[in-house]
Design a protein around this ligand. Structure first.
Ligand SMILES: NC(=O)c1ccc[n+]([C@@H]2O[C@H](COP(=O)([O-])OP(=O)(O)OC[C@H]3O[C@@H](n4cnc5c(N)ncnc54)[C@H](OP(=O)(O)O)[C@@H]3O)[C@@H](O)[C@H]2O)c1
Length: 323
């Protein structure tokens, strides 16, 4: 639905040769294209930008082939999100294109808008990290948090695991169920810590526990924080307001109003709410995103808009579709 973009090439190995609407009938009469096998020369002849929605490791090689042909890349995998290749290699696998990570920009417009505008290669942020970094960045920059006791408890819908079949995403495994997984060992932990450390200007470590819930799409993160001094709700509101007042895709609720995944479903918004618990001197943040939009494709299009000099909201200013 983007008024300035045309889809020129869509790759798939499994579906090459088939019309897109055969696999995704919701695009009938909207996209008259077939899936094709990956062909770097054909893509280079027809495209200026490429979105890579491939597994980690596959992405880095494809990205470099396309970059060498002058195509600008928005990569949805983790391959270009890390500033330190050693951290990527510890949590993922060997990185064969270190030299390209140096110029890659982490694609979170609220933090890196000006760099994104000049970038050829974007490491589009992960879904959980987007839901955690946006509510925490302004508070860390303001220096009001005790960074030694950050607990992040996130819940994700099943599309966060991708479309490929796996036992853990079968209907009977997920429906009517709620479970934690990869406690303290999820791969999004170092990505979150990287960006929070930049905001705090010192090393930040978090305890991150993700959960799977029986939703198709949506992430809700609850973040438990301690202050390093006396801070009241008005000051929190003021910090958020000064950071996000003019941001098109971040909405901060008044204290005591908490966001729900329904409120952002199908949109590029990140909604943030907070409560101060005076008894425990604790700040509790609640953030929600649609993992497929703000956590992936919507944010990718915002990045392309910035790279192309277009208005950031173009094509992604949809109203959340509740109910
Ligand atoms: N799902 C989310 O909420 C989300 C959010 C943020 C970021 N991401 C990231 O975005 C990327 C895509 O995610 P997804 O959820 O769309 O995953 P997905 O459903 O698993 O899709 C990945 C696609 O890549 C292709 N593929 C798989 N193995 C391949 C290989 N060895 N070589 C080339 N192509 C291969 C497959 O298509 P064919 O077999 O048809 O070629 C597959 O459908 C991942 O890196 C993921 O981590 C996902």
């Amino acid at each position: 639905m983007h008024p300035e973009l045309e889809i020129s090439f869509v790759t798939s190995r499994q579906y090459a040769g088939q019309p897109i609407f055969n696999i995704f009938p919701q695009f009938s009469c909207l996209i008259d294209k077939k899936f094709s096998d990956f062909d770097v020369d054909k893509i280079a002849a027809s495209s200026d930008y490429a979105f890579l929605a491939l597994p980690h490791k596959q992405s880095m090689d494809v990205a470099v082939q396309l970059l060498k042909k002058g195509i600008k890349i928005i990569d949805l995998s983790a391959d270009f999100r890390f500033r330190d290749p050693a951290i990527y290699e510890k949590w993922y696998q060997k990185h064969i294109w270190h030299s390209y990570t140096v110029n890659a920009v982490y694609g979170l417009p609220e933090m890196y808008r000006e760099a994104i505008k000049k970038a050829d290669l974007i490491g589009n942020p992960g879904c959980y990290p987007t839901s955690v970094i946006l509510p925490m960045a302004p508070l860390l920059k303001a220096g009001i948090l005790d960074i030694t006791s950050i607990i992040v408890d996130s819940k994700s819908g099943v599309t966060g695991a991708g479309r490929s079949l796996s036992l853990s995403t079968h209907f009977c495994e997920v429906n009517d169920n709620f479970k934690a997984y990869k406690v303290y060992s999820h791969r999004h932990t170092p990505e979150i810590e990287q960006e929070l450390s930049i905001c705090a200007e010192k090393s930040v470590n978090i305890t991150f526990t993700p959960h799977l819930i029986p939703l198709s799409r949506g992430i809700l993160s609850t973040i438990y924080l301690k202050f390093n001094k006396d801070v009241g709700p008005d000051e929190i509101s003021e910090i958020y307001s000064s950071h996000y007042r003019n941001e098109p895709f971040v909405r901060v609720y008044p204290q005591g109003s908490l966001p729900e995944t329904h409120n952002v479903r199908g949109s590029n918004f990140c909604d943030i709410g907070f409560e101060v618990d005076p008894k425990a001197n604790r700040l509790i943040l609640v953030s929600v995103i649609d993992n497929l939009m703000r956590g992936a494709s919507g944010q990718a299009i915002a990045n392309l808009n910035l790279m192309a000099g277009l208005p950031e909201k173009l094509g992604i200013d949809s109203i959340p579709f509740f109910p």
